[in-house]
Design a protein around this ligand. Structure first.
Ligand SMILES: Cc1cc2nc3c(=O)[nH]c(=O)nc-3n(C[C@H](O)[C@H](O)[C@H](O)COP(=O)(O)OP(=O)(O)OC[C@H]3O[C@@H](n4cnc5c(N)ncnc54)[C@H](O)[C@@H]3O)c2cc1C
Length: 603
């Protein structure tokens, strides 16, 4: 096959916040930039982000600073974060948000005209710059409007199927147009992966159809290392009813605005279990919690705003103990604030417009009058491609990663709002360093035979013939299995069984078949996604087996406590010489004394 080929200095894969920000920065460095995305420009998952972007602007509470944000991020991640990334993130996020404002983002405002900030779980002070509950939309709109004038070439509805290396360096990609199924090759001096998350490996998820772990699997297959794949975030509040909307996110902003969690007996159960590390910062009565949400600087946060991992487990505990709501979750009530605010209905509609419409349209619930039913949903992956903190280069030369597909900043648990700021801070860095790499390392030719072999592999499902497996039934079996066996609560026996099940699913995937032709064929696209989903599921499972403790998003019933030996290591996954997946422990570098002191000061 003769491939249509496009040549760039920097090729960015993914047009969410991280990819757009990387492309803008690379193009500002004067190199030729190509941007590829699987869906239409403007439809990346980032557009769904609701609550806000975390940055210590200190507009609402002047006690905030990069130091408090850094300490909050490290505490939230339970100290296995890449401290250098957490430091860069906390220091640079305010400039990235102000820059976004200068480029035209219209944030909600304080009464004196500055960017308004709201409370979110695990953040000591109101820190999330936001646009109602549609912050991701504004972020994407602004980056796109700004980016399209910078000469970036965009290739939409194109799925990258394989990275191509030349002499051990990232040299290009091969993939197919989703519309016509035609293959194309792209070459580049440097490649930035910004492909987002992998929530679609689970049955109940807030992630869009794009979240199939493509970047994680592309990097792994190319020999890059993955980091801490066991850390998957189960957001405490997803919709649970009706079944067709199960998993859709209910933003933490609801709790930030004063929403409370209740069990079926009307008990505010979050007061029953406050972790020691947060006791000093958590309200011990309902009145104090309410005052905090209304900006009283002398009040401490309500327990509903503890970290997501903890809140999700408390909800699970209530449900397991038979104190859940009728459809297997708990109640999230924002309507109660009418007892405290004269125009509660208007306030809720103004601050949470998407939530109001989401429940009205999808569940026939008026959240200004009735409580919502919510339960945990697979939301985010803290694990991802292992990168250098400053440059975002992976362990494969010339291959960079930023945003949700990269790992390090969040440790064992991400604080809400820290993803949008991560995209901006590390998207910019990835673009800058990729451009510099491409300048220093000329583009090299890719191996056409390798590109052809990858295309042949991708086309295989059309030749499966009799006895072919259906891609949707494999995908759904995988999602059910991961939800049940490597979900919010894990045990050795269940995860060992998951490995056995994964082998069976891999064997089935090898026989997957599709009908029809290559013109927009969702069955075929699903068949191709399977390899990525199976790869990331195995990485999650193997890492989760190796981490014999509970920390952040990773909770093991057989090891319910944190273990000191795991507090000083990360788990690194890579493809071994014989092609099998290997997980090894890597010590975390010693934190500099000045950062240790920052953490001590903020305890
Ligand atoms: C409902 C919801 C609400 C959220 N709210 C917030 C919030 O308020 N604050 C916050 O900080 N975080 C929030 N998050 C998390 C945050 O939105 C995501 O972590 C973040 O947007 C990921 O951005 P990204 O740029 O890394 O990837 P994405 O935005 O997921 O973009 C990935 C891009 O990669 C492309 N792509 C993927 N695979 C391929 C391939 N094989 N070939 C070509 N292109 C490919 C896709 O087409 C897409 O363009 C929320 C998440 C959800 C689900």
């Amino acid at each position: 096959m003769n491939f249509e080929t496009h040549d760039y200095d920097v090729l960015v894969i993914g047009a969410g916040g991280a990819g757009l920000r990387a492309a803008i920065e690379a193009s500002a460095a004067g190199v030729k930039v190509g941007l590829i995305c699987k869906s239409l420009l403007g439809k990346a998952h980032t557009v769904m982000a609701e609550g806000g972007v975390a940055a210590a602007l200190a507009n609402v509470d002047d006690r905030d600073s990069w130091k408090v944000h850094f300490a909050d991020t490290m505490r939230g991640g339970q100290y296995v974060n890449n401290w250098r990334m957490a430091e860069l993130h906390a220091k640079e996020a305010p400039d990235r948000v102000r820059e976004l404002e200068a480029w035209g983002a219209v944030f909600d405002r304080t009464s004196d005209g500055r960017i308004l900030q709201r409370n979110f779980g695990g953040h000591r002070y109101p820190r999330l710059a936001h646009v109602g509950d549609r912050t991701g939309l504004e972020l994407i709109r602004t980056l796109q409007d700004y980016g399209v004038h910078r000469g970036i070439s965009v290739h939409m509805e194109f799925t990258v199927a394989r990275l191509l290396l030349t002499d051990g360096r990232a040299a290009g990609v091969v993939g197919y147009e989703r519309e016509r199924g035609r293959f194309r090759v792209f070459t580049a001096g440097a490649i930035v992966l910004a492909t987002g998350g992998l929530g679609r490996a689970y049955k109940v998820t807030s992630n869009s159809w794009e979240g199939t772990g493509d970047g994680h699997a592309l990097a792994y297959d190319a020999g890059a290392e993955l980091l801490d794949m066991e850390f998957v975030q189960f957001h405490p509040t997803g919709m649970i009813w009706p079944p067709s909307v199960q998993g859709i996110l209910v933003t933490e902003g609801v709790r930030g605005e004063g929403g409370i969690l209740l069990n079926k007996d009307g008990r505010r159960f979050m007061f029953d279990d406050i972790p020691d590390a947060y006791r000093n910062q958590t309200a011990d009565n309902e009145d104090e919690g309410w005052r905090y949400t209304q900006g009283d600087k002398n009040a401490r946060r309500p327990p509903e705003l503890l970290t997501r991992d903890h809140v999700a487990r408390c909800i699970r505990r209530e449900v397991k103990a038979g104190r859940g709501s009728p459809h297997g979750g708990v109640f999230l009530d924002i309507a109660w604030i009418k007892k405290r605010l004269s125009d509660a209905e208007g306030h809720i509609k103004r601050k949470l417009p998407s939530m109001y419409h989401q429940f009205k349209e999808l569940a026939d619930i008026d959240i200004t009058k009735e409580p919502m039913e919510v339960g945990p949903t697979t939301h985010y992956v803290m694990g991802g491609i292992r990168v250098d903190a400053d440059s975002q280069m992976s362990t494969v030369p010339g291959l960079f990663a930023a945003g949700e597909c990269a790992a390090g900043i969040n440790g064992a648990n991400r604080l809400g709002g820290n993803s949008l700021s991560d995209l901006l801070v590390f998207g910019k860095r990835a673009g800058e360093y990729a451009a510099a790499f491409a300048r220093d390392n000329r583009r090299v030719a890719v191996n056409q035979a390798e590109a052809q072999a990858a295309a042949d592999e991708v086309l295989k499902p059309f030749d499966a013939g009799a006895g072919a497996e259906n891609p949707y039934s494999i995908q759904s079996a995988l999602q059910e299995m991961m939800q049940a066996q490597v979900g919010i609560v894990r045990t050795e026996a269940e995860m060992q069984q998951a490995l056995v099940d994964l082998d069976v699913l891999k064997a089935r995937a090898a026989k997957v078949g599709v009908t029809g032709n290559r013109d927009y064929n969702p069955g075929w696209h699903t068949a191709i996604d399977l390899h990525n989903l199976l790869t990331v599921s195995e990485a999650i499972t193997r890492s989760a087996i190796e981490r014999k403790e509970s920390r952040g998003g990773h909770f093991r019933e057989d090891y319910p406590d944190k273990a000191a030996e795991f507090g000083s290591i990360n788990l690194v996954t890579r493809k071994g010489a014989n092609g099998s997946m290997e997980v090894r422990r890597v010590p975390i570098l010693e934190m500099p004394a000045e950062l240790k002191q920052v953490i001590e000061e903020q305890r």
